[in-house]
Design a binder for this molecule. Structure first.
Ligand code: EPU
Length: 432
């Protein structure tokens, strides 16, 4: 297992380029399976989750080639298989999105169960219920979900919660369905909007209303398209938090202001600052860092994937910060390692934010108090998941002394060339 070795204490300074968004690129590769024609995707990050998605889709018969450093050509005219191998169960969330394309192409799909992980149970009940409403039969058999449908039919789908994955499942299932599908309480994350733009280029008819209702008018066929994946707003926010936490100054080329508004507001309230330029955004410290209260939420709220880098930043802010995680029921496990580095962090099951969330009853450790500032000291850590992994890198960059962080493969699943980017910014990071 690869290990990062970081010598902390140097402010990050310089320029890096934002990679394409993992959570758009992977879904757009799947969307390309909806057509016989060629789809070209630019700005695709070279990360583990993209490699896994490419493997899954190649296994089903799609021809996929890297035709430039960050450009993928996908041609799925000969999609012959309908079984996503069980080996991909629990690897990432992509298999469950394949129902739509496989049902349209073959009327049948076998998709492995997608499991829970360190941040929550992560069920797929919304996906399954929506597919059934669209007219598919979906049954669990052993380690897989078996789905069948002669032709999916448009319907009203009221999501119990604005789930990103379930919204995408319905989009991928309804674009070629007969009639109109209305998705109420849909998620509208920038990555979903980016997929909708790709699907529109492919010939889909999709309208997004002001109240997070998405209306899909099914069309008979989709065609090829060329698309540039939007910049990764999670990577941008992670480096921005690292810049401010280390008292550095980082310019991120390609960073898009519209996708990080809630993050930028929180950063400024803490004492960070930023200048938006045509080519990107510069992040730096505007003054003394002070504590704030924040709550994660679905878009346009403060994204749950920004929470971990932000908590590290808050360990350097004066006063008591309050963080209420409302998207996942247990996304603070990683703070144990931060405490070992010297951070003062308490986790609570109650809702400590302004509003009660759906985790208010039961044993859900989903609220967090951070008392700062505390110096951090280098240590040995083991990464439990992707976003926690990047927050450990930031903590190690802030800390005095050396840190060894095991489990680099988690970070490589979602972030491209991270040691190189940190190195370019003057941080001392190597992989062993
Ligand atoms: N949920 C259900 N039932 C479902 C689907 C979701 O109860 O059928 C619940 C989940 O358990 C969770 C909440 O709804 O508590 C939100 O889950 P959502 O479906 O929105 O998440 P996702 O699609 O599985 C994507 C990203 C996550 C990101 C979330 C929220 C991908 C591959 N993953 O997950 O990103 O945190 O949306 O924005 O797009 C990451 O990149 O590291 C990551 C975890």
């Amino acid at each position: 297992m690869p290990t990062y070795r970081i010598e902390g204490g140097s402010p990050l300074r310089g320029t890096i380029r934002a990679s394409g968004a993992k959570n758009a690129a992977t879904k757009e590769i799947v969307a390309a399976l909806l057509t016989d024609d060629t789809v070209i995707l630019h700005n695709v990050p070279r990360i583990g989750d993209v490699a896994i998605t490419v493997d899954i889709c190649r296994g089903l018969g799609a021809e996929i080639d890297w035709i430039a450093e960050d450009t993928l050509r996908i041609h799925a005219a000969d999609l012959r298989d309908v079984d996503v191998p069980v080996a991909f169960s629990g690897v990432n969330r992509i298999p469950v999105l394949l129902f739509g394309p496989l049902l349209h192409r073959h009327g049948r799909a076998a998709v492995p169960l997608v499991g829970g992980d360190d941040i929550g149970a992560r069920p797929v009940d919304f996906h399954v219920a929506a597919l059934r409403r669209l007219g598919a039969t979906v049954e669990q058999e052993g380690q897989t979900w078996q789905a069948r449908a002669r032709r999916l039919k448009g319907t009203l789908i009221d999501l119990p919660y604005p789930s990103v994955g379930a919204t995408e499942s319905v989009l991928l299932s309804s674009v070629l369905a007969e009639g109109t599908t209305v998705i109420r309480n849909a998620a509208v994350e920038p990555e979903i909007m980016d997929q909708i733009l790709l699907l529109q280029k492919m010939g889909a008819l999709i309208a997004v209303e002001v109240d997070r209702t998405i209306i899909v008018e099914g069309v008979a066929r989709l065609r090829g398209a060329e698309h540039r994946v939007l910049a990764d707003r999670i990577e941008v926010a992670s480096f921005a938090a690292a810049a401010v936490a280390t008292d550095g100054d980082v310019f991120i080329e390609g960073a898009e202001q519209t996708t990080i508004m809630a993050f930028s507001n929180a950063l400024r309230r803490v004492g960070g600052d930023f200048d938006v330029r045509p080519e990107g955004i510069r992040f730096y410290r505007g003054g003394e860092l002070t504590a704030i209260a924040l709550e994660t939420d679905v878009h346009p709220g403060f994204a749950t994937d920004w929470q971990q880098p932000f908590v590290v930043l808050l360990t350097q802010a004066r006063g008591l910060s309050v963080i209420h995680e409302t998207v996942y029921e247990r996304r603070f496990g990683y703070t144990r390692e931060l405490r070992a580095m010297g951070a003062t962090i308490q986790i609570y099951n109650t809702c400590v934010g302004a509003k009660a969330c759906r985790y208010r009853y039961g044993d859900h450790p989903h609220s967090c108090l951070v008392q700062g500032p505390t110096p951090l000291r280098g240590t040995r850590m083991t990464i439990p998941d992707l976003r926690a992994g990047f927050s450990y890198l930031i903590a190690a960059l802030v800390a005095h002394g050396e840190s060894k962080i095991d489990g680099a493969q988690y970070v490589e699943r979602g972030y491209a060339v991270i040691p190189e980017k940190i190195d370019r910014l003057g941080g001392r990071c190597t992989v062993e």
